[in-house]
Design a protein around this ligand. Structure first.
Ligand code: ARG
Length: 434
């Protein structure tokens, strides 16, 4: 990274949003913006933004693109585009490992699932992206961070919440929220300023967000709840009807809650996730058609493709249940749900999250062993389990025998006491006339 430079202050401000700080203290007033760290994806919104910020704020732009393992991205192309559009610096940071170890791993230990089907890949990525934005903004002398989120989504909450929490000295601008350009105007703006628009301009494409833990599609027919998925939305996972006719069994090995090997091959976590995704994709595993309650109040539909999560989460959950007692197993899902909600809701930096993780880490100390899953045409089903810590004794569990630690003769005594309150309540109700 280059030497920090002093931001350049300018006099002329033509930009809308002079009232920004009346809404939130962290929003930038035009006069405060001298050098902007732009979270740059290379797509239409942030490309238009790169130019627009230079023009409207007369500010310098440092572009930052974060690699969280989104498949098929060419970062040199993105970097080159940023430079051509006038960024004074264009950085690409490979954060795959950090994302896997520090964000996805806690999610695995938390069996993370929001609203019955969403494994939180975007929600996990945003706090890391925003944390890196803060680091790069500080190192390159930026006073403001800009992002491409709309005013209707969760992502603005996650990113701005992170910036406000980690860097109270930095300001934020969110041009998409305030510039009131529609897609057609953005394309016109892009044409006028020589910004390449990839994929043509005829119709709006799906709105995609992805990383190594999953991919979401929004927009187009997805907004019509009665419209069943068109095939072209599935760019990652093979449609189950086209998946192989032969099932495949995959074995996931865990040590203390961490997936460490796939089919006996030890792999660093990010690579293991990639490998699991590959296998899942082949067998059509991890397609979720999801209705979701956003934290900003909207109910929306997302199409998710989460092939790695669809293998690793059920495997982890199964092993955790095997080594836990009935009481631990009753308790943990409540914490899982609370954890997922905090993360979904953009509160990654909330101390309750790490408080909960302290318990989860304790439980996961014993989550060591192997789980086999059979993958077949869109389904992943646990078929084998193995753990030195399993709270399981085949001798005790079998129907065949009695005696030793478990005496069947003692069961009626247990049942009589166990059902005591229910029986009493029943008598009382009958006495009260039913
Ligand atoms: N609905 C998911 C979430 O809120 C995915 C959002 C995808 N983000 C996007 N900018 N397309 O986490």
């Amino acid at each position: 990274m280059n030497e920090p430079r002093e931001p350049i202050r300018t006099e002329v401000h033509r930009v809308a949003d002079p009232d920004a700080t009346r809404v939130a203290s962290y929003l930038a007033q035009p006069g405060e913006v001298g050098r902007v760290l732009l979270l740059y994806s290379g797509g239409l919104d942030t490309s238009v933004m790169l130019k627009w910020i230079q023009d409207e704020y007369e500010a310098e732009v440092v572009a930052l693109t974060v690699n969280l393992g989104q498949p098929g991205e060419d970062y040199e192309v993105v970097q080159g585009k940023a430079t051509r559009l006038g960024a004074i610096e264009a950085h690409v940071v490979d954060a795959r490992e950090e994302f896997a170890e520090e964000y996805v791993l806690p999610a695995i230990k938390a069996n993370a699932d929001y609203g019955d089907g969403y494994p939180l890949f975007t929600a996990l990525g945003r706090p890391l992206i925003a944390k890196l934005a803060v680091e790069y903004a500080r190192n390159t002398g930026c006073d403001t961070i800009a992002h491409g989120c709309t005013g209707k989504g969760n992502d603005q909450v996650r990113i701005e919440g992170t910036v406000a929490t980690l860097a109270p000295e930095l300001k934020v601008i969110a041009p998409v929220r305030s510039w009131q350009m529609g897609r057609d105007e953005e394309i016109a703006y892009a044409r006028k300023h020589g910004i390449p628009v990839k994929g043509g301009t005829e119709s709006a494409p799906y709105s995609i967000d992805d990383n190594l833990w999953g991919r979401s599609s929004e927009g187009k027919w997805i907004e019509d709840l009665s419209h069943a998925p068109d095939d072209d939305v599935f760019q990652l996972v093979t449609r189950p009807e086209l998946a192989p006719d032969e099932p495949q069994v995959v074995e996931v090995e865990f040590e203390r809650g961490v997936p460490v090997a796939l089919d006996g091959e030890r792999l660093p976590l990010a690579d293991l996730i990639d490998r699991a995704a590959e296998i899942g994709c082949r067998h059509g595993v991890g397609i979720v058609d999801h209705i979701e309650d956003r934290i900003v109040g909207l109910k929306v539909r997302d199409i998710y493709e989460v092939p790695a999560a669809a293998i690793l989460l059920p495997a982890h959950k199964e092993l955790e249940r095997l080594v836990g007692t009935i009481h631990q197993n009753q308790f943990k899902p409540r914490l899982d749900q609370q954890w997922a909600y905090l993360v979904y809701a953009g509160l990654w930096w909330e101390p309750l999250r790490t408080d909960i993780e302290a318990y989860m880490d304790a439980v996961n100390e014993r989550v060591t062993g192997k789980i086999g899953l059979k993958l077949f045409k869109g389904h992943a089903r646990v078929v084998t389990r193995e753990s030195p810590h399993a709270v399981y004794d085949a001798q005790l569990a079998t129907f065949a025998e009695s005696g030793g630690l478990f005496s069947q003769q003692a069961s009626p005594g247990f049942i009589e006491i166990w059902s005591l309150q229910s029986r009493m309540a029943q008598r009382v109700r009958e006495g009260n006339g039913g």
